[in-house]
Design a protein around this ligand. Structure first.
Ligand code: SAH
Length: 259
């Protein structure tokens, strides 16, 4: 694909994928099951979009922050103009587009990847699936398990709500401009079971515990020390990095019943 170099803007972390086969492979990983809509975040010059639009059974929404790219996309895909949204994805709420069950796809802007994941978690009741390209370093954190250095807030929260699968690695030279680091594509499939604890409290517990990851939970969770029988909460002698994803749910439940 020919890319007009004057269009590139660093502040929006624009690294355009040049390789059509990789683009096709990313799109082909969507299951197109349990939803009728796909939302692409940061379509850029539309390399993924062209393959998404090949599927006639699903409607496609594009959310792009850069005005210049919005005009390019509207010219390239004129019949979809009403679903090309000029907006910061982090400020977008599915309700404003009247969406209920959908998938998210993107070669995501690397500078806000973690925030994108938190935004997906916020609306997880709507987002059935996500196929996304991230920096490989971030992917390592998402798929990590207890006891590993890379295990943290994102690993726990994403794995509570989604089944995560590593799909493939993408090298630096397939982008314009070339990236400095490797990328990786992953799939997140929403878990059907409803979590049995309060979601806000769960987020608070996980974040607070990992903010001081080397401390035992009895110290890192001081925020909750006023609740009744705080000392009886299990796992207090463990550190955040030693707790499995399910143990975090259990821990939250124990705090919840004492509040
Ligand atoms: N998907 C394209 C572009 C990837 S670069 C490709 O694979 O070639 C990242 C894209 O995300 C750019 O188009 C950039 O303008 C867009 N972007 C950056 N921040 C954004 C935000 N907050 N909301 C929506 N789009 C954003």
């Amino acid at each position: 694909m020919q890319i007009d170099k004057s269009i590139f803007r660093k502040k929006f972390a624009q690294y355009f994928l040049k390789d059509k086969n990789i683009a096709k492979k990313i799109v082909n990983n969507l299951s197109f099951k349990n939803y009728d809509t796909v939302v692409e975040i940061g379509p850029g010059l539309g390399i993924l979009t062209q393959y998404l639009l090949n599927n006639p059974y699903h409607q496609v929404f594009l959310i792009e922050i850069d005005k210049k790219l919005i005009s390019f996309l509207k010219k390239t895909f004129p019949i979809y103009n009403h679903r090309i949204i000029h907006k910061d994805f982090l400020k977008w709420n599915p309700k404003e587009s009247n969406l209920h069950k959908f998938a998210v796809i993107g070669n995501f802007p690397y500078n806000i990847s973690s925030q994108i994941l938190f935004h997906i978690l916020e609306y997880n009741q709507y987002i059935q699936e996500c196929i996304g390209m991230f920096q490989k370093e971030l992917v390592k954190r998402i798929i990590s398990h207890k006891g590993k250095k890379t295990y943290g807030i994102l690993s726990v929260l994403i794995q509570i709500f989604y089944n995560v699968k590593y799909l493939f690695t993408v090298k630096e030279h397939v982008f314009f401009p070339r990236t400095n680091v490797k990328s990786a594509v992953i799939s997140l499939k929403r878990k059907n079971e409803i979590i049995s604890c309060n979601k806000n409290l769960l987020f608070q517990c996980v974040k607070t515990a990992f903010n001081q990851r080397r401390k035992k939970l009895k110290n890192s969770l001081q925020l909750f020390k006023h609740i009744s029988n705080f000392d009886k909460i299990p796992f207090l002698n463990k550190r955040a990095e030693e707790l499995s994803v399910n143990e975090f749910i259990q821990l939250t439940k124990e705090i919840e019943i004492r509040k």
